[in-house]
Design a protein around this ligand. Structure first.
Ligand code: SAH
Ligand code: SAH
Length: 494
């Protein structure tokens, strides 16, 4: 089977590399238009290439080799079709920092820890599961710790013209790619891949109404034993523990449609009004959940919103909702706020609701927010906080079990000031929190019958008891809720 796949693939690409053209490369007759828009989009998602040693797999005629070699210190461009390699050398060879290598990636060997970045655009879809698993393992050894892997694939169906004849591609769903990667990286070695970002290529959505061009950026990080309560990655912890699909939908019942945070639409309206949003402004929602706040902002204020969340279950539901909402102003992506890379001054507003409780190093995170914001940009956060220590044993146990990292509202505000934010407001909103909890409890009692149509009695009790426990922890003075507003100074130096 494996050899047969190899032969079919080789034959396919031999037939499609005769002219070494852009159209062959993209298997699409509108290649020029697509490539012109797509290339900058893909490039904007890459980490800084400055001084890096790059391995490009399935480089083809070098659509990306030119850009990579312009910034990186060295690029090794691999393809198994000599015709493509020749064309790539002809166009880009003059730069002098590229090694052109004719090789089948399934046979490729490289020294360990010899690359900072592996880039591949449309290659994994031409490999069987077994070949891909082996390649991922090899890439983990070729990469230096902290190094990145970027890849982009056609998922579900092909990106090009549908009338093209035989195209022996393995169309996987994005979830299948995620699964393949986590299965390899959570079982082997001292390092593993953590997801930085995964999203659909917007150019294909815009020009071809095709959502199934998906890319990933992963980072190789040392694995800390037991860092994620028994799960291989933090994403798996979120997706399997607190934010399973059922868990999310159960939460939504009490928070209100579209929301997994305190007060649902009501607090959202109140806090967003503090931002004086203007049409065309760009907002990032960090830990966007299932996107209720994002649809609201886009529809109410005409802002462009990027909803980012590390939980793939959350983003999946958000994308399902987006189809119904039909708001082209809202985009969603899987992204880890602690690793995601954006150019400086990308956003007018950073918005985050009841999310940062999951993130350990608040100072480092706020530094990132500061850099993502334009000068004069605004930050709005609500988050779970705590009272002064010592805490009751009950609260200690709750925080430990959830894996939350909590500070007092005052400490939280200090983190923001230390990073350079000005006009910082750090408000203890526990009183409002308690009011909201009571309202949510009451409403959930009232809709018990409806609740039980979609969920079990056990689910219902879980929610009701959970809310009563929250109220109890508040009454002890341990659990608190904070609202934070801050601005990046207008004269901040970029
Ligand atoms: N990355 C380029 C080319 C994409 S087309 C671009 O975005 O324009 C896929 C490329 O992968 C082709 O050039 C094909 O020759 C190459 N390829 C497919 N299977 C391969 C394998 N097993 N080893 C090396 N190259 C392969
Ligand atoms: N803000 C949403 C969801 C709140 S639930 C709302 O108001 O409805 C908290 C969210 O934080 C979860 O969806 C969780 O997946 C997300 N999250 C936790 N750690 C994250 C990280 N490092 N990067 C991005 N999102 C994260």
């Amino acid at each position: 089977m494996a050899d047969e796949a190899r032969q079919t693939m080789t034959k396919f690409w031999e037939e499609h590399s005769r002219d070494a053209t852009l159209e062959e490369m993209m298997l699409d007759s509108s290649a020029k238009l697509l490539s012109k828009e797509e290339k900058p989009e893909i490039i904007s998602l890459l980490p800084s290439l400055d001084g890096l040693s790059v391995l490009e797999l399935g480089a083809g005629i070098g659509r990306y080799t030119g850009h990579l070699s312009k910034l990186a210190s060295h690029v090794t461009a691999v393809d198994f079709m000599q015709k493509f390699i020749d064309k790539n050398r002809e166009d880009n060879g003059y730069r002098g920092n590229i090694t052109f290598l004719q090789a089948d990636v399934t046979q490729l060997e490289q020294p360990s820890e010899s690359f900072d970045f592996v880039f591949s655009n449309w290659l994994f879809m031409y490999l069987t599961d077994e070949e891909l698993v082996t390649l991922i393992q090899k890439m983990m050894s070729w990469l230096k710790p902290g190094g990145y892997l970027f890849f982009r694939e056609s998922c579900f169906y092909q990106s090009g013209d549908s009338e093209r004849t035989f195209n022996p591609t393995f169309y996987r769903t994005p979830a299948q790619y995620n699964h393949l990667i986590t299965s390899v990286t959570s079982t082997s070695g001292n390092n593993g891949f953590e997801i930085v970002m995964s999203k659909s290529v917007q150019t294909y959505i815009k020009i071809k109404k095709n959502q199934n061009q998906v890319c990933w950026l992963l980072q190789m990080v040392p694995r800390v034993p037991d860092a994620h309560q028994g799960y291989g990655t933090f994403q798996q912890f979120l997706d399997n523990q607190q934010y399973s699909r059922r868990g999310i939908l159960r939460y939504e019942k009490i928070f209100g449609e579209g929301f997994v945070s305190t007060g649902g639409l009501e607090t959202t309206k109140e806090f967003i009004s503090m931002l004086n949003l203007l049409p065309g402004q760009r907002v990032i929602d960090v830990g966007c959940g299932i996107g209720g706040g994002d649809f609201y902002m886009a529809k109410m204020y005409g802002v462009e919103v990027l909803g980012m969340d590390l939980s793939s279950n959350m983003v999946e539901i958000a994308m399902e909702r987006a189809i119904k909402e039909k708001t082209p102003l809202v985009q969603f992506e899987i992204g880890d706020a602690t690793r995601r890379i954006f150019p400086e001054a990308s956003f007018d507003v950073v918005y985050s609701r009841d999310t940062i409780l999951h993130i350990n190093d608040k100072g480092a995170l706020f530094k990132r927010f500061f850099s993502w914001l334009k000068p004069g940009g605004k930050l709005l956060i609500t988050d779970y906080c705590c009272g002064e220590r010592p805490w009751s044993p009950l609260f200690q146990e709750y925080v430990k079990q959830r894996g939350y990292i909590l500070y007092t509202p005052k400490e939280y505000g200090q983190f923001l000031e230390q990073v350079g934010f000005v006009n910082v407001q750090a408000q203890d909103r526990t009183e409002q929190f308690v009011q909201v909890l009571n309202t949510e409890l009451k409403r959930t009692h009232e809709i018990k019958e409806e609740f039980l149509q979609g969920f079990s009695e056990e689910d219902y009790n879980y929610i009701i008891d959970g809310w009563k426990e929250k109220l109890h922890r508040c009454s002890l003075g341990d659990q608190r809720w904070g609202l934070f507003y801050a601005e990046k100074p207008l004269d901040a130096i970029l």
